[in-house]
Design a protein around this ligand. Structure first.
Ligand code: CO
Length: 298
């Protein structure tokens, strides 16, 4: 990676950090989820950046990948455990960061479990350490706090224009041998739960991304596909973003369905904890340095 590219990653990290902190004041009882997501996405635009993916607001036993639908009327509940996950794109460079807020005041130990696991992982990552070992560090940290890590969610390598660049950081100990190298960029995101320790797909899908921007042939979907290519490339987007542009619910959902069926699109279903446990998550994007790592979203 050259220094210009690295500068963009640093910039993406800095903006993500600023918006993450500013967004926390929006997480209050009764606030509309759609208003929160759109406000945060607006804040990103005002920084002159793009959202690397739709802002997700996953509550209680929903672990990840939930973003409000178009015209959603859902609001934050009195005792919700709210996870906000956001990402920034600057010149193709991406950042990814998340936090949890427990509005009940009763689940501090659970939110601390994922936060402490994240901090310990960041302290441990350096060149030569394997991703499987970091999974072990995360697992051990969460279990010692009396909770379970979510075994089928993981952190991920990030490259320019590629949010999930092939290598994962598991949240449990594995024999995955990939060793961190200086210059690598990863999102580290421990998830802790008082439930079963894994998630399953819900039927609801609000987030999609294109596999192959070049191979759209269907007439009806082409306009929407072209819009996606132009605005998001292969980065994840929300159905509500497309609805805003194309208005018709029927047209948009038919086109997305068609593109899913012909494997031009992948969907990211909302993920729910299997034991219906509460889930907490914290996340930073890190740069591996000569002898450690640096959190770009600090
Ligand atoms: Co994230």
């Amino acid at each position: 990676m050259d220094s210009t590219e690295l500068d963009s990653f640093r910039q993406a990290g800095k903006i993500a950090s600023k918006i993450r902190e500013e967004s926390k004041r929006l997480i209050i009882v009764g606030e509309s989820l759609l208003d929160i997501a759109e406000t945060v996405e607006q804040m990103i635009k005002e920084e002159g950046a793009n959202a690397a993916f739709p802002v997700t607001i996953s509550i209680n036993d929903i672990a990840a990948h939930y973003t409000p639908e178009f015209e959603s009327s859902l609001a934050i509940g009195e005792k919700d455990l709210v996870k906000v996950d956001l990402g920034i794109e600057v010149n193709g460079a991406l950042s990814d960061t998340a936090y949890s807020i427990d509005l009940s005041g009763e689940n501090e130990a659970l939110t601390n479990a994922s936060l402490n696991a994240l901090e310990l992982a960041i302290k441990t990552i350096k060149p030569g350490v394997s991703v499987g070992e970091i999974g072990g560090v995360i697992e051990q940290s969460i279990r010692s706090a009396g909770f379970k890590p979510i075994s089928n969610l993981s952190g991920h390598m990030i490259k320019s224009n590629e949010l999930h660049a092939g290598i994962d950081i598991p949240n449990i100990k594995t024999s995955d041998p990939y060793q961190f190298k200086e210059g690598d960029i990863f999102a580290v995101e421990p998830f802790a739960t008082n439930g079963a320790g894994h998630v399953e797909d819900l039927e609801q899908v609000e987030i999609f991304s294109l596999y192959m921007p070049s191979s759209i042939k269907m007439r009806q979907s082409r306009k929407i596909a072209e819009y996606v290519v132009k605005n998001y490339g292969t980065l994840p987007f929300a159905e509500r973003w497309i609805r805003k542009e194309f208005k018709s619910r029927l047209l948009v959902s038919a086109a997305l369905r068609e593109m899913l069926q012909s494997h031009l699109l992948r969907g990211y279903p909302a993920l729910r904890e299997v034991g219906r446990g509460l889930v907490s998550q914290f996340e930073h994007t890190i740069l591996v340095t000569k002898d450690g790592c640096e959190a770009l979203t600090r």
